[in-house]
Ligand binder design. Structure first.
Ligand code: PMP
Ligand code: GLN
Length: 413
């Protein structure tokens, strides 16, 4: 194994998916809907699959299928408030994963520093390391709250600590809003602070916005690329898997200025070269439909967020009813909860993992029949202790299964 991969051998996903297959718990671990996507989306794929147009079954344009980049350009031009060139300012990728990979590998050089906000989607760190970069971590910290449950807005960055990380070696910052796993939706004030630092130190912003449509009232998703002077230095990343509840389609994209996109295209053209044609065509059809009803009640992006908000509230209630302390997420479809009030009911002596949240989640999977993800997977080694009292649960699940999760927990405590 090349040394640049040393330390990245384990993956919480591979480990916990295997564990779920072995113990068959109620699975609130890996994030994916356990119910079907909207039928017009699957119908689009059906139509494409049966199409006699041979071109829909052959290689498409390497940097993005024409119909899809046109739809993405229409959508994001509107949302960003500037004309986005479909040919030069968008790249479609194999999931948001590849967009993250291409943007990091395409910009980070040996010894470049990259600021990563904790908790972070776990692949950021190994990708930065494999580029030869040096990750610099800063944790969001929970403020003291009294008389109510915390929300993801109560998890904040220390401004001075953040400023202290920016220097002449800083190449990029990776932002994730709404954040996985906290659900934090960064506010205009927080984004402005980050943007000002990026501009002052000439730093690139890689903004992972895959949960852009899952934002709960009264919060709003702000795209950092829309802040003054930020378009020039931001790559924004999205995912069809999240947008249309089709995580298995593994289609993502990035948009930003041409001079940054060319660097990503270089990585893409010699690794993936071109994405899956039928999936891109079907996703284009789905976007074209949503473009006709953007912001209306019938718009899937609107109805999905409404549906998820109810699930979020249901989960927050049953977790707090059994004695955990959830952080109410403002966005995304995950919830973290402090399980330490239940510690006396857990006997994890048979579990050997270093971190308590791993021991807890494994013990729960095996003995209680409910799976969550250990959030220390989303922290650097030095900060993993900050997450040990927490578990992450996914709530984009059928009501019936959320009810089952509630029953399992009530029966256990
Ligand atoms: N970023 C975040 C924050 C995610 O939660 C995910 C989900 N796996 C991804 C990126 C990757 O998305 P995709 O499945 O489209 O590769
Ligand atoms: N984004 C999803 C999650 O956080 C899936 C991650 C994965 O499968 N690698 O659970």
């Amino acid at each position: 194994l090349p040394s640049r991969y040393a330390g990245s051998e384990t993956s919480v996903w591979n480990e916990y998916i295997k564990l779920a297959a072995a113990y068959k718990p109620l699975n609130l671990g890996q994030g994916f809907p356990d119910y079907p996507p909207p039928s017009y989306v699957t119908d689009a794929l059906k139509e494409v699959a049966c199409s006699e147009n041979n071109f829909l079954h052959q290689y498409t344009r390497g940097f993005g299928h024409p119909r899809l980049v046109n739809a993405l350009s229409k959508l994001y031009s509107k949302l960003i408030g500037r004309e986005i060139n479909a040919q030069t300012e968008i790249l479609t990728t194999l999931g948001a994963y590849e967009a993250l990979f291409s943007s990091i590998i395409g910009h980070v050089d040996n010894n470049d520093e990259v600021i990563i906000i904790e908790p972070f989607f776990d692949c950021y760190e190994p990708i930065v390391l494999s580029a030869g970069g040096v990750p610099k971590f800063i944790p969001l910290r929970l403020k003291e709250v009294e008389g109510r449950l915390p929300t993801s807005a109560d998890w904040v960055l220390d401004k001075n600590e953040l400023e202290g990380l920016f220097n002449s070696k800083t190449k990029a910052i990776i932002l994730n809003t709404p954040n996985n796993p906290l659900g934090k939706v960064f506010t205009l004030e927080e984004l402005t602070h980050i943007a000002d630092l990026c501009k002052k130190h000439n730093v690139l912003c890689i903004s992972d916005e895959v949960y852009e449509w899952m934002v709960y009232k009264p919060n709003t998703h702000i795209r950092i690329a829309t802040l003054p002077g930020m378009w020039e230095r931001t790559i924004t990343i999205g995912s069809a898997g999240k947008t249309f509840s089709v995580t298995g389609w593994k289609l993502g994209w990035a948009y930003g200025p041409e001079n940054l996109l060319v660097n990503m295209q270089l990585v893409h053209q010699n690794s993936v070269y071109t994405g899956c044609t039928p999936i891109q065509e079907a996703t284009a059809i789905a976007f074209e439909k949503e473009l006709t009803r953007l912001g209306e009640d019938e718009c899937f992006f609107v109805s999905l967020a409404k549906e998820l908000e109810v699930k979020r509230d249901f989960m927050a209630k049953f977790l707090s009813d059994v004695g955990m302390k959830p952080t109410i997420p403002e966005g995304g479809y995950f919830m973290i909860a402090d399980w330490s009030p239940l510690e006396s009911k857990v006997d994890m002596s048979s579990e050997t993992d270093k971190y308590k949240d791993y021991r807890f989640t494994k013990w729960m999977t095996k003995n209680v029949g409910l799976q969550g993800i250990p959030p220390s997977a989303f922290y650097s080694t030095v900060h993993k202790n900050l997450a040990e009292n927490y578990v992450r649960y996914c709530f984009i699940k059928q009501d019936e299964n959320l009810q089952k999760a509630s029953d399992i927990l009530h029966k256990w405590v």
